[in-house]
Design a protein around this ligand. Structure first.
Ligand code: SAH
Length: 347
């Protein structure tokens, strides 16, 4: 049996077979076809939308790849107030969003009390909507409080599952071990958890990617976010090339086959390295898009990487543009919380 069929049937392969799939473009057509078939079986042509609110770009960390790292003295810092965050959600709700993703740097200003207050006000005001947090590594107690305040989902990419590679992307105060511990804490508390990694990050090898896939199998997340590494000129990785759309698309298909039920976004970074990146992502197995709901005045300040798309548009414009892209790819946006369908579909 050929490798792609085997992957579709067994949802896994041995390391050698996975490496071969990752390293070659030979299987891309078949991978994409199989991934789309599986995605349609579980989720039909639905594309879930998540309203992204980038609410602070202050960060205490110094990740070598990230434009809002503490060491970037040229980043113009901003923080939204609770009222501003609620106003973004209000606008998003009117546009059909039923999930709000609050993302930010690791900003100590947003301590548990402050963040819990924001989460609970959103849940009170929009009881039909889910709140997803993406604010990095915190203590188990903190995750528990936020869960009790009404956050049901958490996005925390593991970035790379290999300890040595992790050490080349982050200062030594950070560790893959702690990041993984956070993910298991979140899962144990009851969050729907999302993880993932950057594609083509500096020093990444095929073996590292296999290790990422193995870690994801172990974690079994509900959501998986991958996107190409994109160079930021004011980071230590200014001279590294961005990751490729091609490899990202191949990995999206592999992920769909390994995790038929996962919610997988076609990311902004994919749309940044290729003009049709998000449409191609959807055709390769992704089933989520995350339009930006942040106020226009701060959009061009949340710059994780250079050339980020959609930084000048109003939320409504962003949604209309994405809606057209989703349709052109052959799918349709649904107004729904878009919870994971572990029992849905017949895969
Ligand atoms: N502070 C939060 C949110 C980080 S930003 C946290 O730690 O989870 C969200 C994601 O953007 C990161 O997890 C990382 O994978 C991605 N990212 C950061 N810099 C990037 C870059 N230069 N290119 C592509 N993706 C990047």
């Amino acid at each position: 049996m050929d490798t792609v069929k085997k992957l579709a049937l067994s949802r896994d392969l041995d390391d050698g077979e996975l490496s071969a799939l990752i390293s070659s473009d030979r299987f891309d057509g078949e991978l994409r076809e199989q991934a789309d078939a599986v995605r349609r079986k579980v989720y039909g042509d639905a594309v879930f939308i998540r309203g992204l609110v980038e609410f602070t770009n202050y960060c205490k960390n110094d990740c070598y790849y990230c434009g809002i790292r503490r060491g970037n003295k040229n980043a113009e810092r901003f923080r939204l107030t609770a009222d501003e965050i609620l106003a973004c959600c209000e606008e998003g709700h009117a546009l059909g969003f039923r999930t709000f993703v609050l993302q930010g740097g690791e900003d100590p200003f947003f301590d548990d009390g402050t963040l819990c207050g924001i989460v609970s006000s959103i849940r009170e005001r929009f009881p039909d909507s889910a709140v997803t947090l993406s604010v990095g590594e915190r203590s188990r107690d903190s995750y528990l409080e936020l869960y009790r305040a009404g956050a049901e989902r958490y996005l925390l990419r593991h970035e790379t599952a290999d300890n040595a590679h992790y050490g080349r992307l982050h200062p030594s105060v950070m560790s893959a071990e702690n990041r993984k511990k956070c993910l298991f804490d979140l899962k144990e508390i009851g969050y729907q958890v999302g993880s993932g990694f950057m594609v083509g990050s500096p020093y990444q090898t095929v073996e590292n990617i296999v290790c990422d896939l193995r870690f994801l199998k172990e974690l079994d997340p509900d959501m998986i976010g991958i996107g190409p590494f994109v160079t930021h000129s004011e980071t230590p990785f200014a001279n590294f090339e961005s990751g490729s759309a091609e490899l990202t698309l191949r990995l999206l298909s592999i992920l769909r086959l390994m995790f038929p039920h996962a919610l997988i976004p076609a990311t902004t970074s994919l749309g940044t390295v290729s003009p049709t990146g998000r449409e191609d992502g959807l055709r390769s197995g992704a089933n989520v898009v995350m339009p930006n709901l942040s106020p226009v005045r701060v959009r061009n300040k949340y710059l994780l990487y250079d050339g980020k798309i959609c930084t000048g548009e109003e939320s409504a414009q962003c949604v209309a543009c994405l809606d057209a892209r989703v349709r052109s790819a052959g799918y349709r946006i649904v107004t729904d919380r878009g919870d994971v369908r572990r029992d849905g579909g017949s895969v």
